[in-house]
Write a protein that binds this ligand. Structure first.
Ligand code: BG6
Ligand code: MG
Length: 213
């Protein structure tokens, strides 16, 4: 019944959350901000500057950061993140990811990627799956990050498919909200208690069953 499937990347196809965690933790602590896994959860699906704002909002000394300071901090985090992902390879694909992409391909549907990460192209290359996608949204062209539907709507438009004919796949609360706001069917990867807005929630792509949605 669907004509396209639009995947998120981080946390769906590969687990980069740990690398984001390490890089944000070092950055946060350099600013006197306590950073743990719980805080990291809140940053899932949130773009780089949005994540930085959340971290700086709890900076011990509630001081104002200039736009230049913020850009420099975001850049420091990103350089660290890029170092961490530089050794990624196909062994970092989450279980079931390639199988899910191949199932969608065999069913004759279009395949899109909607990640707000400006490192998405690099990560896809390192995973060796770039050519499995018909269209990958360039995060640099997106004005409003998730939970805004912009990125999913752009993917659908570029794939030439109406939003109502798209299945979106997401692990983040903000991402599921974005899919629903785009008028698509939302498949959540994670826990139903967390992804309450999703139409269906599965634990990982190992359970992906296109015919069931
Ligand atoms: C999302 C991640 O996919 O991309 C976030 O879930 C991350 O944790 C965001 O902050 C932006 O990534 P990047 O690579 O542009 O800093
Ligand atoms: Mg994600």
């Amino acid at each position: 019944r669907f004509k396209a499937v639009i995947f998120d990347l981080d946390g769906v196809i590969t687990d980069t959350a740990h690398y984001h965690y390490l890089a944000w933790k070092e950055l946060a602590e350099s600013q006197g901000v306590h950073f743990d896994h719980e805080f990291n959860e809140r940053l899932k699906g949130i773009d780089r500057m949005g994540s930085l704002d959340l971290i700086l909002a709890s900076a011990a000394r509630q001081r104002q950061y200039t736009p230049e300071e913020k850009l420099a901090l975001a850049d420091t985090k990103n350089k660290h993140y890029q170092e961490l992902i530089s050794t990624m390879s196909s062994k970092d694909l989450l279980p079931g990811a390639v199988e899910a992409l191949d199932t969608v391909r065999r069913a004759g549907l279009r395949i899109g990627l909607a990640s707000v990460s400006k490192n998405a192209f690099t990560v896809l290359e390192r995973l060796g799956i770039t050519d499995k996608f018909d269209y990958v949204v360039d995060a640099a062209t997106i004005a409003r990050g998730k939970p805004d539907p912009e990125i999913f709507l752009k993917a659908a438009r570029e794939l030439g498919v109406a939003p109502a004919d798209c299945l979106g796949v997401e692990d983040a609360v903000a991402g599921v909200t974005a899919i629903k706001a785009a008028g698509m069917f939302a498949l959540g990867i994670g826990h139903p208690f967390v992804l309450t807005e999703a139409d269906v929630v599965i634990t990982s792509l190992k359970e992906f069953n296109l015919a069931a949605y």
